[in-house]
Design a protein around this ligand. Sequence first.
Ligand code: NAP
Ligand code: HSE
Length: 438
Amino acid sequence: MGKRIGIGLLGLGTVGSGVAKIIQNPNGRNPLVKQVELVRVAVRDLNRPRSVSIPTSILTQDPQSVIDDPSVELVVEVMGGLEPARSLILRAISAGKSVVTANKAVIARHGEEIATAANSAGVYVLIEAAVGGGIPIIEPLKQSLGGNKIKKVSGIINGTTNYILTKMAKEGAAYIDVIKDAQNLGYAEADPEADVEGFDAADKIAILSGLAFGGPIERDKIPTEGISNLLSRDIDYAKELGYEVKLLAVAEKFQTNQTEGKAIPLAVWVRPTLVPSEHPLAGVSGVNNAILVEGDPIGEVMFYGPGAGAGPTASAVVADILNIAGISAIGNSKNKLDPLLAGSSWRNCQLEESRKFIQKNYLRLKTQDTPGVIGKIGSVFGDHGVSIQSIVQFDSQENDAEIVVITHEVSQGQFVDSLEKIKGLSEVKGLAAQMACI
Ligand code: NAP
Ligand code: HSE
């Protein structure tokens, strides 16, 4: 039997409890699991009932004391939030301890600071659980796909919203009723606004983009729109037109003549999106996530599986713990990091402005039900070089009509300008809904 590794666990909620259960039940798993021992566990409330039994002697409300404990060799941060999580991760690094974290909010905003500190301290910060729950996607991007030039990473990377959208589409459920289920199932963030407003997906696509394209991007500049304004009506119309509605996150190399040595331009966005029913992402339902990676020479690969919840996320956290345990088992000395596992940045990336993004669009307009309305809308789009794929009038009530338009691919600048003109037409009562379309 090799050397035992003392784990300091920060957080014993949904994910932390899942991790503790795996460590406490090593039989039938990789033998390295037996070498891992929970030696300290930090929680906020010592009296809260737990789904896992932890000796009270190792529980504490003081997370710093966990990091400072000499028997803790590896710190596992699954408490969430920006602070004190960021400071605790940096404290662990300063103490020469590797860190495993599921905290996408911290990594998306402070990943560079943390990676720089970890590299100079000669320790690892591993983040497999931060994106896609149980789906292995971080290590594949860092290691298995390293020989590719990545063109695009896109997918469904928030389990809560995919669960809500699936229930809305299949059962006609109201969004507000479904969100409670997602919270009870342990899918939602502590503040579920992060899920439904698309912020969690934006954190995750920022992380994936950094790994896929080799350099960090400014998280706060990612155009982000969630599902809180989405109505079942638009999901139904989309279905009639042959589409499913999904919250998509996309990071794509911008098609431009790239100058050697200049930052690589990227289009990165999060939006509710119409996905054709036959597309591989259309069938991804419930809490499942899927990430499509397009690279040269591999072509297209899809990573699919449960995107949130205790068991799947703990599976990813423990995978990272075992990576550190494996390195420790071969006695690798500190300050000699495996560059693939460390996953350092190697070039600069920059976000392209959203007016230049090339996208298809879905929109629903409320208009008067008078002759010639569709013609006028079509003319404005035509004048702005926006080509229409389909334009359909749905049920009209009294004097009102609902006109649904899907455009062909067009620059968002042209589309937005034409939409402003359309909103000004006397027959148009307002823009009722707008989404991306692929
Ligand atoms: P959670 O259920 O709310 O658990 C958070 C845990 O941290 C609780 O045990 C809480 O203690 C403890 N905690 C919070 N602040 C603390 C503080 N200042 N000092 C000591 N303990 C503190 O959250 P979760 O769902 O497990 O998520 C944890 C992290 O994993 C988050 O970063 C989240 O984004 C990420 N993640 C979650 C999922 C998922 O499916 N849930 C999936 C992937 C990633 P008490 O129990 O005493 O309140
Ligand atoms: N709240 C997140 C989700 C957890 O629903 O996807 C997994 O990161």
